[in-house]
Write a protein that binds this ligand. Structure first.
Ligand code: LCS
Length: 407
């Protein structure tokens, strides 16, 4: 018997697992197996025919992976979930599921670099087109909708600009035109935002990030509103394209996810403190953090998110050269892509995560050469601020010398 509970904090610890069925093992067993033995040939036939439930082969489902799928479905208030070998495998699976040649996808103005790459590939190879839209008003969205538009693909907050998309507005427009909505919820995690509650049809995550939280797995999760549709996805795109999650990765994520709520609260607190510090630096031009009142979509962020999360982006004076000098001057904060780990990470999107996007497109998305993205970790904020401070001092000294030399 599963315990009764209603809160996310309890779901991440208990959902989908009954230790009494597993010799009392508190830790969820790792079913590290590719296949499952049938009792008889007839049983195998019945399972393949869908007449009897049960395990067949780990590409079609695995008991360890299933616990994670049940937990994420409940956390996102969805009906059913699928686990993938990477966030990009989840993104590609849902886009393959929803589109065919000639269709059009309407996208938020900014998206992760590899999602951009995938959309470009789909356009070139399969004539599945896409367009970007700021999605700030109904009229603006309507202007990009075509007869062949089938879905709206949104990141919010957007990687790396931290722009917010109004999920209520997206739902209003999607309803009118019968479009499916997909929301990439990686930056918020299911603890801070639940797009299905705002009418989205699918929500996906790079579980590599906050959900796992420990920087040791690459994985993706997709949650849907309709269990039958998700079963269809499992038995077609997921089974036949095959980008599944390994049982061991699911096991690590289950372990990491138990502290999701504790970590997200601390990531958000640390980020707020770093934002306050960055606001005091004369070398910082613009700071983008959803829960800072200076954020252009602060009110929308407050409406759909529980806290601002751990990510901050900011523009540094002096462009790419200064940005790189600053990153190299940091001692505690690591220069690395990815996000949502215990370690605070910094990266330069224009030359790293979003470098595949042509510069003209990047500019339209707000990804300038001065922009840095900081993923606040779980260290003590005083140590992080001290590191930022010493790096800014080095930048000031270096650039003062350079200016002197040029006179
Ligand atoms: N969606 C978002 C919003 C992401 O940030 C990423 C990865 C993905 C999907 C893809 O997930 P993956 O396949 O890597 O699990 N974002 C990265 C980033 O900003 N830095 O490194 C990876």
């Amino acid at each position: 018997m599963e315990n009764k509970y209603s809160k996310k904090e309890t779901v991440v610890v208990h959902k989908g697992y009954d230790s009494s069925q597993h010799h009392g093992s508190l830790s969820i067993p790792l079913y590290q197996t590719s296949t499952f033995a049938f009792d008889t040939a007839e049983q195998g036939e019945r399972r393949f025919a869908g007449e009897e439930s049960g395990n067949i082969y780990s590409r079609l489902g695995n008991p360890t992976v299933r616990v994670l799928e049940e937990r994420i479905a409940e956390l996102e208030n969805g009906q059913s979930a699928l686990a993938f070998g990477s966030g990009m495998a989840a993104v590609s699976a849902i886009l393959i599921h929803l589109t065919k040649t000639g269709d059009h996808i309407l996208c938020s103005r900014g998206i992760y670099g590899c999602t951009f790459g995938l959309l470009e590939m789909m356009q070139e190879k399969y004539n599945i087109t896409h367009s970007f839209n700021a999605m700030s008003t109904e009229q603006e969205m309507e202007a990009s909708i075509r007869p062949e538009t089938v879905c709206i693909y949104v990141e919010t907050p957007i990687n790396p600009t931290m722009e917010i998309v109004d999920l209520e507005l997206v739902y209003k427009v999607a309803q009118k035109h019968g479009l499916k909505i997909i929301v990439d919820n990686t930056f918020s995690s299911p603890y801070l935002q639940n797009p299905l509650d705002f009418g989205a049809d699918y929500v996906l995550h790079s579980a590599t990030k906050y959900i796992n939280g420990h920087g040791d797995v690459v994985a993706g999760l997709l949650v849907g509103q309709d269990a039958e549709d998700m079963m269809n996805l499992r038995m077609t795109v997921q089974k036949d394209v095959g980008g599944i999650m390994s049982p061991f990765d699911a096991w690590l994520i289950i372990r990491g996810m138990k502290t999701l709520h504790v970590r997200m609260d601390r990531h958000s607190e640390n980020a707020q403190k770093l934002v306050t510090y960055l606001q005091s630096s004369s070398l910082v031009k613009n700071i983008f953090y959803p829960f800072d009142p200076s954020h252009p979509q602060y009110e929308i962020a407050k409406k759909q998110m529980k806290a601002g999360g751990g990510l901050i982006s900011f523009e540094i004076q002096g462009g790419k050269e200064m940005a790189q000098y600053f990153m190299n001057a940091l001692q505690l904060i690591k220069i690395a892509v990815s996000l949502g780990d215990a370690e605070t990470l910094i990266q330069h999107p224009a030359s790293m995560t979003h470098s595949v996007i042509p510069e003209s497109e990047r500019e339209k998305m707000g990804i300038t050469n001065s922009l840095l993205r900081l993923s606040s970790g779980l260290e003590h904020p005083d140590d992080l601020i001290a590191d930022l401070k010493q790096a800014f001092t080095k930048v000031e000294t270096h650039f003062a010398k350079t200016m002197y030399k040029n006179i």
